[in-house]
Each structure stands twice: as structure tokens, then as C-alpha cells.
Design a protein around this ligand. Structure first.
Ligand code: ZN
Length: 217
């Protein structure tokens, strides 16, 4: 549980209810883009400021918004809300030998998430963000992490994540401290989605991109 003294913040609860309402029947909210101050905010830890009913509606709306985008993660800041929570979900695609090690990552909400590296191994791949639409860049990430988060009932979870799920978790958790993936990406690898498909999609390992565009792997 989110602490015995957890108290619903009526003003915040009202703001969130209002925000959810703007999503209409489709439950799809606009995703804010780079340059919006909220994306650079250190979010506030979630400790029960919302009623359970509102929290569940918020999670549902974020889930629908993420799937529709489509994306594999969505942080609260991306819908303009400075609370420390995000939703994640990804599924295995056709190619089992994909070097990015994409794995089943069932839908869940990650509240007050943190992570630390669980080995010194890193992986560099193209990565994108729904708040930096139309571009991707190579970002080095920890390959293995020890991830921690609260679920919607306030239960703390601790799990070791590897490969692509570890990358998604790092990306979403970083959002909640006002960071965007581009902050520490290889800036010379920045490419439009169109050029990514035209030039750099055949091999997910960006060795050729590094040579041609001039960045270190
Ligand atoms: Zn993002």
C-alpha cells in the first residue's frame, strides 16, 4: 500500500480527472513534444495522491494512448503530468535472432521506478521517443539492470531485466527525472525515421551507420 497516511490530493485528482476527460471515449491523449517544460521536470513521487479509481483510469488512458501511438512505453510527463509513473508493454516480433534481444514485456504500470546496472555490459542501438517524433538516434544503454517499481496497489517489485525490456525500462525511468534519450545519444547518429528505414534498417547493429555517419560505437 502507498503508506497508511496516504491522502488523496483533491486538487491534483481533479486535474488528472480533467486530463483523462480530454481523451474522450477513445481514451487517447496528445503526446507532448520536446521543448515542453514538463518533459524536463523532476517528477513527484507517487504516494497515493490520486484515488484508486482515478489512478486506474489514468493507467488505462496511458495504456490506450501508448498502443495507439504506437509505442512500447509512455511516461506521465509525456501526457503533461509530473508524476513518477509510466506504462510499458512490448512483444516478441518475427525475428528471434534480433541482436537487440527483444523479449516479451507484458503490460504493466511502473510507479516510482528506479534502476541500477546489474553488469558492466552495454548495448548501442537506434532508439526513438514518442516525444521526439520522427527521429531516432543511437543510444548506449546498460544491457542488464536491477529494476524496481511499485505497482498500482503500492506493492514494490524488484526484477532483473535484460536486453530490449531493460532498454525500455531505462528510457521510461529517465523520462521521470526530466531526461530524454537524446541527451546522451550519439548526436551524429540522429536520423529521420524515413532515412532510418532507407539506410540503416537491414542490420539493427549500427556498425555501418557509425562508419558512414561518423560516430563511435
Ligand atoms: Zn520517450
Amino acid at each position: 500500500m502507498f503508506g497508511k497516511n496516504a491522502k488523496v490530493d483533491l486538487e491534483l485528482n481533479r486535474i488528472v480527472e480533467q486530463l483523462i476527460k480530454t481523451g474522450g471515449k477513445e481514451k487517447i491523449l496528445p503526446i507532448v513534444q520536446a521543448g515542453e517544460p514538463v518533459l524536463r521536470q523532476q517528477t513527484i513521487a507517487y504516494n497515493g495522491q490520486l484515488s484508486k479509481h482515478t489512478l486506474l483510469k489514468l493507467i488505462d488512458t496511458m495504456h490506450t494512448t501508448m498502443l495507439e501511438a504506437p509505442g512500447v512505453g509512455l511516461a506521465a510527463t509525456q501526457i503533461g503530468l509530473g508524476l513518477a509513473l509510466a506504462v510499458v508493454e512490448d512483444h516478441v516480433r518475427d525475428d528471434e535472432d534480433d541482436p537487440r534481444e527483444i523479449a516479451e514485456f507484458p503490460f504493466h504500470v511502473i510507479i516510482n521506478p528506479t534502476y541500477k546496472p546489474a553488469s558492466d555490459k552495454t548495448a548501442s542501438f537506434f532508439e526513438g521517443c514518442l516525444s521526439f517524433d520522427g527521429y531516432q538516434a543511437v543510444r548506449k544503454r546498460w544491457l542488464d539492470i536491477e529494476a524496481e517499481w511499485d505497482d498500482e496497489d503500492g506493492k514494490r517489485h524488484k526484477e532483473r531485466l535484460h536486453g530490449w525490456p531493460a532498454r525500455i525500462f531505462q528510457h521510461e525511468t529517465d523520462h521521470l527525472s526530466g531526461e530524454l534519450y537524446i541527451d546522451r545519444a550519439e548526436i551524429r547518429s540522429l536520423t529521420t525515421t524515413e532515412n532510418l528505414e532507407d539506410y540503416w534498417c537491414n542490420d539493427p547493429v549500427p556498425t555501418e551507420a557509425a562508419e558512414e555517419l561518423g560516430f563511435a560505437l
